[in-house]
Design a protein around this ligand. Structure first.
Ligand code: FAD
Length: 462
């Protein structure tokens, strides 16, 4: 059997694992990364990137379809036509470019990429089944970055018409009727995309409202847009199995109902691959289904670290990346820490949502006194010129020092503001700092300036 020795072995080449490996390689750490799939993990192969490509294509199609039926701004268009197979091929091309790019970056950083399924023998030894036969890898430090996978409902196992987010990103025909079980961000992003591509969409959500992790004020513009798009939303409703005729059984507040659907997309969350790769054999301390880590991503076993989705919420690519980068620098002997308070969360729904730090609702629940300011896009010139005035930017700050504790936004294109919001919190910005910063006119970002002025009691444009 072929044997490999290294200083750092990373299992999983998703955003956590590949960033960790690249950074370690850059710092001269002898690094091996193993993945059974092409590098890039869930995010590049079946998550962030393909879903955003599909969302963009759906937006383009929907805009054209709308213009063909209802001229707007003096513009009309002929009938919009869709070849979903060609759309998926375009999306696959983007995925291939990015995963190929990761492989190149790993090579450039002198990281060895081993393709195959890893199984852990002990904290220092891992066996990988590669297409060329088994390889044994001995390492000094082991990083677990095995990620997560879609949760399957026992009453709705994946297969046939019941599909996961991964399947939904590979359809070649738009389903006539699509039922989405789970109104979190993945279900809504995909549900909205398919509604824009022409599907009749019903969303079934067990909580009293969609996107239950966000406050009602923030999600209201999305709920309104779902209605405009003709998406039916059943909240407080639980999906059972399929009836004999293949309909989706739903028990709701108003009684039971069977929903006719050509596809049933189940997006009820993701579970960590914390037993994959023989991780369970290490008997690490767990936090529920996740691997318990400290602030430096150390597990309960010396020399074994864990990063990304396998370590818990928020299960986001950029969190996995920052953990991967930090771990690589720590392994290379560099001082490095990471403060969790400014992790942006973005929903690429229509309209988009961004949240960084705390919301007024969270402050109230914690008994914390705060000042807040909200500025609607309906009073923002750029939003008017773009023909989409839904949403707002909202800021929450300490009443004494005016230090900004949280910024949320909902509206067209607000995802691009996430970095700026996070920077404000990272830098410990006060309301006066943002209010005193010149925001270019006319831009949607002026709404942040005005929200801060409003929190200070002297907004100019409202
Ligand atoms: P993963 O990306 O899951 O990678 C883990 C890797 O480990 C995989 O490649 C897997 O093949 C490998 N692996 C596991 N076990 C083994 C084994 N035994 N041997 C070899 N290899 C193994 N996040 C965002 O931040 N923004 C978004 O817009 C966003 N959109 C999303 C949309 C969808 C539809 C989905 C499903 C997810 C989305 N996410 C998004 C979440 C994001 O994809 C994850 O948070 C991120 O990929 C986690 O990175 P990771 O490195 O922890 O694990």
């Amino acid at each position: 059997m072929r044997e490999i020795q290294c200083r750092l072995l990373v299992i999983g080449a998703g955003p956590g694992g590949y960033v960790c490996a690249i950074r370690a390689g850059q710092l001269g750490v002898d690094t091996v990364v193993v993945d059974a799939a092409p590098p890039g993990g869930t995010c590049l192969n079946v998550g962030c990137i393909p879903s955003k490509a599909l969302i963009h294509a759906a937006d383009e199609f929907h805009r054209l379809a709308q213009l063909s039926s209802t001229p707007s701004m003096g513009i009309s268009a002929g009938p919009a036509r869709l070849d979903l197979g060609a759309t998926m091929a375009w999306k696959d091309g983007i995925v291939e470019r990015l995963t190929g790019g990761v492989a190149t970056l790993l090579r450039k950083a002198k990281v060895r990429l081993v393709t195959g399924r890893a199984s852990i023998r002990d904290g220092k030894t891992v066996l990988v089944e590669t297409p060329e036969g088994p390889v044994q890898i001995r390492t000094e430090v082991l990083v677990l970055a095995t990620g997560s996978e879609p949760i399957e409902l026992p009453a709705l196992p994946f297969g046939g018409k019941v599909i996961s987010s991964t399947d939904a990103l590979a359809l070649t025909e738009v389903p006539g009727r699509l039922a989405v079980v789970g109104g979190g961000y993945i279900g809504l992003e995909l549900g909205i995309a398919y509604a824009k591509l022409g599907a009749e969409v019903t969303v079934v959500e067990a909580a009293p409202r969609i996107l239950p992790q966000y406050d009602a004020e923030l999600t209201r513009p999305v709920a309104q847009r779902l209605t405009q798009l003709g998406i039916r939303v059943l909240t407080g409703a639980r999906a059972g199995g399929l009836s004999d005729s293949g309909a989706l059984r739903v028990a709701g507040v108003d009684g039971a109902e069977d929903i006719q659907a050509d596809k049933v997309l189940v997006t009820v969350g993701r579970r960590p691959r914390a037993t994959a790769a023989g991780v369970d054999g290490l008997r690490l301390d767990m936090a529920g289904p996740f691997i318990r880590i400290d602030e430096r991503c150390r597990t309960s076993m010396t020399g074994v670290l864990a990063i990304g989705d396998v370590t818990g919420e928020p299960m986001l690519a950029h969190r996995a990346m920052v953990q991967g980068e930090m771990v690589a620098e720590l392994v290379a002997g560099q001082p490095r820490a990471w403060d969790k308070r400014a992790i942006p969360a973005v929903c690429f729904t229509d309209p988009e949502i961004v949240s960084v730090g705390i919301s007024p609702e969270e402050a109230a629940a914690a008994g914390r006194e705060v000042v807040t300011g909200l500025f609607p896009f309906a009073a923002n010139g750029r939003a008017m010129t773009a023909g989409d005035e839904a949403g707002f930017i909202r800021v929450t700050a300490r009443p004494d020092t005016h230090e900004v504790l949280g910024i949320q936004a909902v509206g067209a294109g607000v995802a691009e503001m996430a970095g700026g919001f996070a920077l404000a919190l990272e830098m410990g910005a006060r309301l006066e700092d943002i209010a005193g910063t010149i925001h270019a006119h006319p831009t949607r970002g002026e709404a942040l300036h005005e929200a801060c002025l409003r929190a200070l009691g002297h907004a100019l444009h409202i």
